[in-house]
Design a protein around this ligand. Structure first.
Ligand code: XMP
Length: 506
C-alpha cells in the first residue's frame, strides 16, 4: 500500500475536505473516527486531527490521548485538534468573546517548517467559538492574526503543530501551501499518488483478488458504477458481466445512449427493459418513500433474476466510493452505519463484494475515468437519483407524465449544454408539479401542467445553493418548453437552497 496520512475525525464538517486536499497533494490518506487510530499500520507517515462541533471542555467532547501518536508520527491539529492538544498539556482554551468566523489576516509568521513560503498578509479562514488563551510551556506561537495571538503553534523538540484556522477551506489562501509543507516537507510524502498509479496498482490487485472468477456488476449510467466497470473489465475482461436495468424512469433516450457508450468501451453488458414492471408496480402510488421502496425492491428483483441466468458468479461489484463509506460522526457521538449503493443486494445474492473505488473521492473517480480513456460526457455527467424521474413527478406516475417530463428535462439539459452552463452547475433537472393552471395559447384557453426547473451549485450535495442562471437562458428554456412540450403551459424556477430545502423535491 502507498504511504498514507491518517486523519482523525472529531466530527467537523470539513474533515472530508482535509482528506481531499491531502489527496490533491498526490498523497493517499484515510479518514478514521477519532478513537480508531490504526496503531500498527506500517504505511502511516503522519496524522492530522480534525475540527469538531464540541468545545474541548465539554463533557461530551471527543477525547483521545495523542501522546503515543506524537511519539511515533508528525501530528498537525486543526482548530479543535489544535485546542485539544494544548488543553491536554495544561494550556487554556476559552470561549472567545465573539465567535470567530470568516476571513482573518496573518499578521505574524515565524520561520518554521510548517509555514515555509507563507508571508504575513495571507488570508486564513477562522470558524470557531473557542480560542487558545494560554499555551503550555513547550508550545511556541509561530503565527498570529490581529484577533488571535495564537493562530498557529509548534511544540519544541517535537514534530507537533496546531493551527486554529482551517487550511483545508478554499478561502485560506496559504492553506494548500501549509498542508503541503506538512505532508511533503515534514511527513516525507513522495507525492506519488495519482490516477495512473491507482489504476496500475488496482488492476494488479483485482487480478489477484478475482483470479478466474466471474463477477457481476449493476450499471446505473452514473460515473461511479461506469468507472468501476471499466476498471474491473481492464483487469479481468469478459469475466465481468454488467447489467443495466431500465426502470423506465431515466432521461429521454438515456438508456440507448448509455448502452452505446458501454459497448464502445468494450464492456460485456446486458440491458434489461423492465419499464412495464415498474410502471405497473408504481401505478397510483404517491408517497415518495413508497416509490423509493418499490423501485429499490424492483431493481433488486430484476437484477437478481438476470444474474441468476449467469453461471458460476462469485462476486458482486459495486461503484461504492469513499464518501459513501466514511463513518462520519454525528453530534451525539454515535457512528452512522456504512452504506451500500444498492441496499440489500449483497445480502440477497450471497456473493462476495468487490468495490474497487472504495478509497476514492468523487473527483478522483473522475480522474481515474479520464485516465482510463472514458468519454468526457460519461465522466462529467450530473448526479441523477437512483429512482430517477419517479422522485421528480409529484403525485402518481404514469407513462404519459414521464413522457412530458422527459421532453421538458431534455430541453433544459440540452440548453444548459448549448449555453456552456452544464459544467457550471452541480445538478439540474425538471420537476413535474401536480398542479394545473390556466393559460392562453393562440386564442385558446389552456388548462395544463406546471413544471419547475431546478439547478443547484454544490460540492458534495450535502449543502447546495440555487444556481444563478442568466435570465436570458431561463427565458429561452421557458419558451421552448411551453411551445414544444404538449401538456405544459407554465414554467417556474426553484430558488431554494439546501438546507432548508433539498435538491430533489421528493
Ligand atoms: P437531496 O434531495 O437529499 O439529494 O438533497 C441529495 C443528492 O442525492 C440524490 N438523491 C438520491 N440518489 N437515490 C439516489 O441514488 C435516492 O433515493 C436519492 N434521493 C436523492 C439527489 O439527486 C442529489 O444528488
Amino acid at each position: 500500500m502507498p504511504q498514507k496520512i491518517v486523519i482523525l475525525d472529531f466530527g467537523s464538517q470539513t474533515t472530508q475536505l482535509i482528506g481531499r486536499r491531502v489527496r490533491e497533494l498526490n498523497t493517499y490518506c484515510e479518514i478514521v473516527p477519532y478513537n480508531k487510530f490504526p496503531a500498527d499500520d506500517p504505511d502511516v507517515i503522519g496524522v492530522i486531527l480534525s475540527g469538531s462541533p464540541f468545545s474541548v471542555y465539554d463533557e461530551k467532547a471527543f477525547k483521545v490521548d495523542v501522546a503515543p501518536i506524537v511519539a511515533k508520527y508528525p501530528v498537525l491539529g486543526i482548530c479543535y485538534g489544535a485546542q485539544m492538544m494544548a488543553y491536554q498539556n495544561g494550556g487554556s482554551v476559552e470561549g472567545a468573546p465573539s465567535r470567530e468566523y470568516g476571513r482573518a489576516i496573518l499578521t505574524r509568521v515565524d520561520a518554521d517548517s510548517l509555514l515555509e513560503g507563507i508571508e504575513p498578509g495571507e488570508t486564513v479562514w477562522m470558524s470557531h467559538g473557542d480560542t487558545i488563551t494560554r499555551l503550555p510551556e513547550s508550545f511556541k506561537i509561530i503565527a498570529s492574526t490581529e484577533d488571535v495571538p495564537c493562530a498557529a503553534y509548534h511544540v519544541e523538540g517535537k514534530k507537533q503543530w496546531g493551527v486554529q484556522f482551517h487550511p483545508e477551506v478554499f478561502h485560506s489562501t496559504c492553506g494548500t501551501r501549509l498542508l503541503g509543507n506538512f505532508v511533503h516537507g515534514i511527513c516525507g510524502s513522495k507525492g506519488d499518488w495519482s490516477a495512473d498509479a491507482y489504476i496500475e496498482s488496482t488492476v494488479k490487485a483485482l487480478r489477484e483478488q478475482l483470479g478466474d472468477d466471474k463477477v457481476v456488476l449493476g450499471l446505473s449510467g452514473g460515473v461511479d458504477s461506469s468507472v468501476a466497470a471499466v476498471l474491473i473489465s481492464r483487469a479481468i475482461g469478459d469475466n465481468l458481466t454488467c447489467i443495466f436495468v431500465d426502470h423506465g424512469l431515466l432521461r429521454k433516450n438515456e438508456f440507448r445512449q448509455v448502452m452505446d457508450d458501454y459497448r464502445c468501451l468494450g464492456l460485456n453488458v446486458i440491458g434489461v427493459d423492465a419499464s412495464e414492471k415498474f410502471f405497473s408496480e408504481l401505478a397510483g402510488v404517491t408517497d415518495p418513500e413508497r416509490k423509493r421502496k418499490i423501485i429499490g425492491k424492483g431493481f433488486i428483483d430484476v437484477f437478481d433474476h438476470e444474474a441468476h441466468k449467469l453461471t458460476d458468479v462469485k462476486w458482486l461489484a459495486q461503484g461504492t466510493i469513499y464518501p459513501d463509506r466514511i463513518e462520519s460522526l454525528s453530534i451525539t457521538g454515535t457512528t452512522i452505519k456504512s452504506h451500500h449503493n444498492v441496499g440489500g443486494l449483497p445480502e440477497k445474492m450471497n456473493l462476495s463484494l468487490c468495490e474497487p473505488l472504495q478509497w476514492l473521492f468523487k473527483d478522483e473517480v473522475r480522474a481515474v475515468g479520464r485516465a482510463l480513456g472514458m468519454p468526457e460526457h460519461l465522466i462529467s455527467r450530473h448526479p441523477f437519483p437512483g429512482p430517477g424521474l419517479a422522485v421528480r413527478i409529484l403525485g402518481d406516475i404514469t407513462p404519459e407524465k414521464v413522457r412530458v417530463l422527459q421532453e421538458a428535462d431534455d430541453i433544459f439539459i440540452s440548453g444548459l449544454r448549448q449555453w456552456g452552463l452544464y459544467d457550471k452547475v452541480w445538478q439540474a433537472g425538471v420537476i413535474l408539479l401536480p398542479v394545473q393552471s390556466v393559460g392562453v395559447m393562440g386564442d385558446e384557453r389552456t388548462y395544463e401542467s406546471a413544471v419547475a426547473l431546478r439547478a443547484v451549485t454544490s460540492t458534495d450535495a450535502m449543502t447546495a445553493d440555487w444556481a444563478h442562471l442568466p435570465y436570458e437562458f431561463l427565458a429561452k428554456v421557458s419558451n421552448d418548453i411551453i411551445n414544444k412540450v404538449r401538456g405544459v403551459n407554465r414554467v417556474t424556477y426553484d430558488i431554494s437552497s439546501k438546507p432548508p430545502a433539498t435538491i430533489e423535491w421528493e
